[in-house]
Design a protein around this ligand. Structure first.
Ligand code: HEC
Ligand code: HEC
Length: 358
């Protein structure tokens, strides 16, 4: 336990209940009930704006199928994303850990740092990442451009420096012409970051069966899947996992009713979460609520990849976030519902990364 009094835990539970009711009542509008909620700033991403306009009675809105992005910037961004020259020693690209053909994540419990050790957090999928309002498990940055710079310069991830990186790109005639077709100023720091971010914003996966259901195709879900969605709402999962990305827009404590680390022997490796960013005591153990889109593809689960199965993740969530023990049938129905959140990337269903493969 975190030393919370019973009263405080009851208050949190009431708050979750209230948020759930308002989620159901006010539909897709942003629900902000945590002290740590991000500010509601207009998003530069057209997909987010489209989603915000979706007039629904449901607390989740479909991923927009059509987002307008400059095709020259998307294709330049994709080329950069797959280019290992972005790392200091030309050994890894963004696609090494986020292979788009395999769910845009690596399937490992933790990402492998430059020294070859699994020291990073669990690698999130980049599908629909542009619909999140902050990035990383602790919400370290609030734009994809700022996030990309942080990664390029992070000695544990890409380890580059700006002068070396720009020199490599400027030496390549292919990049010189691709940059000048996409941007009037050609190769600059800001344009490199914008190209990467534009490609990331293009990684949307529309047409999940659940989205077709939301758009009125009632037969897109089976009775059990619909029951799973009803439980997801009535038990209060929706209080935290809502909006177009079914998460990605709130910060919450991992372990409101129970300490999720209680059964682990040593506590020295417990992640402080958002505290690392804000240094505010109440953010200790707080994480960004992850998106549940394509969650069936993104095992293992949680910020340190501790949970190999979706069933286990759902059971843990109900217990530590909502103080509830679910029956096997309820877990099964919620898992069936979560499987309907798998969308299509470039009109194809995404495939699953084999655990541990790059
Ligand atoms: C060594 C593997 C690795 C490489 C290489 C890598 N990433 Fe990641 N990526 C991760 C891990 C691990 C996280 C989670 C970090 C955290 O939360 O502390 C992450 C998080 C992200 C996120 C945040 C996703 C979210 O939902 O919050 C984005 C965006 C991202 N990476 C993009 C990139 C881009 C762009 C590149 C190339 C410049 C890149 N990554 C290279 C492992 C990697
Ligand atoms: C009080 C907020 C809250 C509630 C309620 C909640 N979650 Fe979560 N959920 C989180 C947070 C925070 C995380 C990230 C935990 C971590 O790894 O640090 C998470 C993680 C998850 C994950 C793992 C995702 C991944 O990519 O690793 C799944 C699956 C999930 N939740 C499903 C559910 C279900 C199903 C329910 C209802 C039974 C639920 N959640 C209720 C906040 C919540």
């Amino acid at each position: 336990m975190f030393g919370r009094s019973l009263n405080e835990r009851r208050r949190l539970a009431r708050r979750a209940g209230r948020a759930h009711r308002s989620a159901v009542m006010i539909g897709a509008a942003a629900i902000c009930w945590a002290a740590t909620c991000p500010a509601q700033t207009p998003s530069p991403n057209p997909a987010v704006k489209l989603a915000q306009n979706w007039d629904l009675v449901e607390p989740i809105s479909p991923v927009p199928a059509d987002i307008s992005l400059d095709p020259a910037r998307v294709s330049l961004g994709e080329r950069l994303f797959r280019d290992s020259r972005l790392s200091v020693d030309d050994t890894r690209s963004c696609a090494t850990c986020h292979p788009v053909e395999k769910g845009a994540m690596d399937g490992r419990a933790r990402g492998i740092a430059v020294d070859g050790r699994p020291r990073l957090r669990n690698t999130p999928t980049l599908f629909n990442v542009g619909l999140n309002t902050s990035f990383n498990w602790d919400g370290a940055t609030s734009t994809l451009e700022a996030h990309a710079e942080r990664l390029l310069l992070n000695p544990d991830v890409m380890g580059s420096t700006w002068p070396a990186l720009l020199a490599k790109l400027r030496a390549d005639p292919g990049y010189r012409s691709a940059f000048s077709s996409a941007y009037p100023e050609g190769i600059t720091q800001a344009n490199l970051l914008n190209a990467l971010a534009t490609f990331e914003r293009s990684l949307v996966t529309p047409n999940a069966r659940f989205d077709r259901f939301l758009r009125g195709e009632t037969k897109a879900l089976s009775a059990e899947e619909r029951q799973g969605y009803e439980l997801f709402k009535s038990y209060g999962c929706i209080a935290c996992h809502q909006g177009v990305n079914i998460g990605g827009n709130l910060f919450q404590k991992f372990g409101i009713f129970q300490d999720p680390d209680a059964q682990r022997g040593s506590k020295t490796d417990v992640d402080v979460g958002r505290y690392a960013v804000t240094k505010v005591e109440r953010d200790r153990g707080v994480f960004r609520v992850p998106s549940l889109r394509n969650v069936a593809l993104s095992a293992p689960y949680f910020h340190d990849g501790r949970m190999p199965t979706l069933e286990g993740a759902v059971e843990t969530m109900a217990r530590v976030q909502l103080g509830r023990a679910l029956t096997g049938q309820e877990i099964g129905a919620i898992v069936r519902f979560l499987h309907t959140l798998t969308g299509e990337y470039r009109n194809q269903h995404s495939t699953i990364a084999a655990p541990g493969t790059p």
